[in-house]
Ligand binder design. Structure first.
Ligand code: UDP
Length: 371
């Protein structure tokens, strides 16, 4: 009999990988980590295809964080390049930068109009400030009102309808606030101190986290098929599934990627181009840009949003509105009654975490529960 404590981690994405690593490494306890998928790294999973191009199977993942704690943790498991993400969007037929900033202003409007608006913006807002679009809409000045309506319509309205199947005003305001109007000339999508793509990919990063004699990995494994006893369970799957959906199914949005291989150096000028107003897809990803992969081919993915349905597709985004948060809260209340079962991760917490936030949550949970 092994005297070490046994922990079960359900889900081998960033949240599961982080807590598994910390328990195995810092406590020297045994960990079994399972995933129903056939691979590690959850929806951050990537792999090199036959052309040597690193493909992000579930869409572009860009690591970015301001947290020293997260950065110091994650960089132990692999090196990152110095990629700084930019996103272009097709607005009025022009490929321009988003978040909408002063450069976008000059790209889409005649110079005279842009000058006038820029002046008014600088009178009203501090340079470098970020204003969520739903806030930005509250303008008294006629020109600023025109600008706000323009951005709302051309950047947010149709994209959000495609992505969430609702109007931007009917989704948690934090969602559109992720892409604020940016009173700046900084074209980057994120301003975090640390940004990059892991040189050997996200899957390798998670594999390295789990590389310990204390950790046993079981892929293609469902939680319901586990019969052993564990002293602690960390569950990063969807919390409603754990409770057999007894209060109802938590809604998520899913994504369907249509991959295409083209025989050319590059398909588009940037890793991601958004199509807020055109076509049925929201954006096109081109993966070669991330690690500067060399090939005479290139792989792109057109991203189509759809509703999550059990057994049909994957969960990607929690649909955060009052009704769904109330439903989540019912499950959360049930979870609190359990001894030694802990929920974390985007699905476990029903929160729109970026990778760094999922890692931070796992580190904090480890410190709270295990130390
Ligand atoms: N969004 C938009 N138009 C854009 C980009 C983003 O309306 O061109 C809105 C949309 O509602 C989206 C949200 O902002 O879901 C957050 O965008 P982000 O790029 O952060 O989404 P993610 O990359 O996580 O899918």
């Amino acid at each position: 009999m092994n005297a070490k404590k046994k922990n079960l981690i359900v889900g081998a994405g960033f949240a599961g990988g982080t807590i598994a690593n910390l328990i195995a490494d810092k406590l020297n306890e045994q960990v079994v980590i399972i995933d129903k998928k056939s691979h590690l790294a959850g929806n951050s999973h990537d792999f090199r295809d036959e052309n040597g191009i690193m493909i992000h199977k579930y869409g572009s993942h860009i690591f970015h964080t301001n947290s020293e704690k997260v950065w110091n943790f994650i960089k132990k498991f692999g090196s990152f390049n110095q990629y700084m993400h930019k996103v272009y969007a097709l607005i009025d037929g022009i490929e321009t930068t988003i978040p909408f900033n002063f450069n976008t202003l000059y790209n889409v409007f005649p110079q005279k109009l842009a000058n006038k608006i820029e002046e008014k913006l600088l009178q009203k807002f501090e340079y470098n400030s970020k204003v969520p679009i739903l806030e930005f809409l509250k303008q008294d000045d006629k020109d600023l009102k025109f600008l706000a309506n323009y951005i709302y319509e051309k950047v947010f309205l149709h994209y959000t309808a495609k992505q969430w199947n609702v109007n931007p005003k009917d989704i948690d305001s934090a969602v559109t606030a992720r892409v604020p109007v940016y009173l700046s000339k900084d074209n980057r999508y994120f301003q975090d101190k640390y940004q990059g793509i892991p040189l050997e990919g996200y899957t390798k990063l998670v594999e390295n986290m789990l590389n310990s004699p204390n950790i046993e990995i079981r892929l293609n494994t469902n939680f319901k098929d586990i019969n052993e006893q564990f002293e602690r369970i960390f569950y990063t799957g969807s919390i409603d599934e754990f409770f057999d959906y007894k209060f109802g199914i938590l809604p998520y949005r899913s994504v369907n990627f249509k991959f295409e291989t083209h025989t050319k150096d590059f398909y588009q000028q940037n890793s991601v181009i958004n199509y807020p107003c055109n076509y049925d897809f929201t954006r096109i990803h081109e993966f070669k840009h991330y690690l500067n992969d060399k090939s005479d081919k290139t792989v792109i993915a057109k991203e189509y949003s759809e509703n999550f349905e059990l057994e049909k597709n994957e969960r990607y985004y929690p649909v955060l509105n009052d009704q769904n948060i109330n439903l989540y809260n019912k499950y959360f209340a049930e979870a609190k009654k359990l001894n030694n079962v802990y929920f974390l991760g985007r699905l476990g917490d029903y929160k729109y975490y970026d990778m760094d936030k999922a890692i931070l949550r796992a580190i904090e949970m480890f410190e709270e529960v295990c130390l």
